[in-house]
Design a protein around this ligand. Structure first.
Ligand code: SF4
Length: 319
């Protein structure tokens, strides 16, 4: 079993080269695992057919707000104010447009863009109602974590923030720019956090003390809120089993070329509804070649490259 990246103690080198040691036969991230659990056909269209997803204002706002919150901690503690965060917003938006020019086409005009920037600013203001970044010194930000399970399934994800207490206790923090789910869906969102906790546990030998989801968009009944959960080893063993079972199901579906649609209210946000048989569409023919685990989706590759680049930029400060 092989892992990369440790969350606590002296900062390790940026993961600019990943030596996994074991042959990797499959790869799962929290979002790919979530895709398959939500709808096998959606997983197929995104991960096997590699159909592009059009940028959306909501997802792009999430990317920019995450980037601002990541950069905010580059500032000296006393300067991490709402005004400073707001000042980072447009530069991060410009940086994203330079990297992904297609995002600029999402807006009908200047007013549309201005309203979107105001909504992003609102999420940043919401962040400051949940915690005071002047009192925090994160150990790691935008951290690429990965671990290969015996058998060759690679688990990989990017953690928004890791805080380490003086006694070594680790808090895993994830920012959510959408609305908080109702109680019925909490298990689903915690699954992503348990995924990270499992990788960190297997990597460092220590179970993270706390998983913290920060919902900047609030919920239908209240404003911004925080969801906290303390995992234990049993939880994480169960998560590992679930991921292995999920991978088996994906392999079986791949062999049979059988990824059925699973209709839910989330279909309204599915990019590929027009190709879905549940809505009268026809999926593309099965591809000649199923992409291997070392071929990340374009947006995953960009996210990993960003995490590596940001880790490298931070190294002089960490040293
Ligand atoms: S429209 Fe719904 S059922 Fe069809 S692929 Fe998308 S998520 Fe799955």
């Amino acid at each position: 079993m092989t892992s990369t990246v440790a969350p606590s103690g002296p900062a390790p080198a940026a993961p600019d080269a990943v030596d996994l040691g074991l042959p990797v036969v499959g790869s799962l991230s929290p979002s790919r695992a979530g895709d398959f659990m939500q709808c096998p056909l959606q997983y197929r269209l995104r991960t096997i057919d590699r159909l592009p997803q059009a940028p959306s204002p909501a997802a792009t706002r999430g990317t920019v707000v995450h980037a601002v919150l990541e950069r905010l901690f580059d500032l000296p503690a006393a300067e991490r104010t709402p005004t400073a965060a707001a000042a980072l917003l447009e530069p991060e938006w410009e940086r994203l447009q330079a990297a992904e020019p297609e995002v600029a086409g999402m807006f009908a005009g200047e007013d549309d863009l201005a309203a979107w920037l105001v909504s992003a600013r609102g999420l940043l203001d919401a962040y400051f109602t949940l915690e005071d970044p002047r009192r925090l010194e994160p150990a790691r930000r935008e951290e690429l974590v990965e671990h290969v399970l015996p058998g060759g399934l690679r688990l990989r994800g990017i953690v928004d923030r890791l805080d380490v207490a003086p006694d070594g206790a680790v808090r895993v923090v994830d920012y959510k720019t959408g609305r908080a789910p109702g109680e019925a869906f909490e298990g689903k969102v915690l699954f992503q956090m348990k995924f990270y906790a499992l990788v960190l546990w297997r990597t460092t030998g220590r179970v993270p003390a706390l998983l913290q989801l920060m919902y900047l968009g609030g919920s239908s009944s209240q404003g911004p809120e925080v969801l906290r959960y303390s995992p234990d080893e049993r939880d994480l063993v169960a998560t590992e089993r679930k991921l292995l079972a999920l991978w088996e199901a994906i392999e079986r579906a791949t062999q049979r070329r059988d990824f059925p649609p699973r209709v839910s209210r989330l279909c309204d946000w599915c990019d590929h509804k027009a190709l879905c048989p549940a809505f009268g569409g026809t999926p593309p023919p099965w591809p000649e070649r199923v992409p291997g685990p070392e071929e990340p989706l374009p947006h995953q590759r960009r996210a990993v490259e960003r995490a590596v680049a940001q880790g490298a930029e931070r190294l002089p400060q960490q040293g």
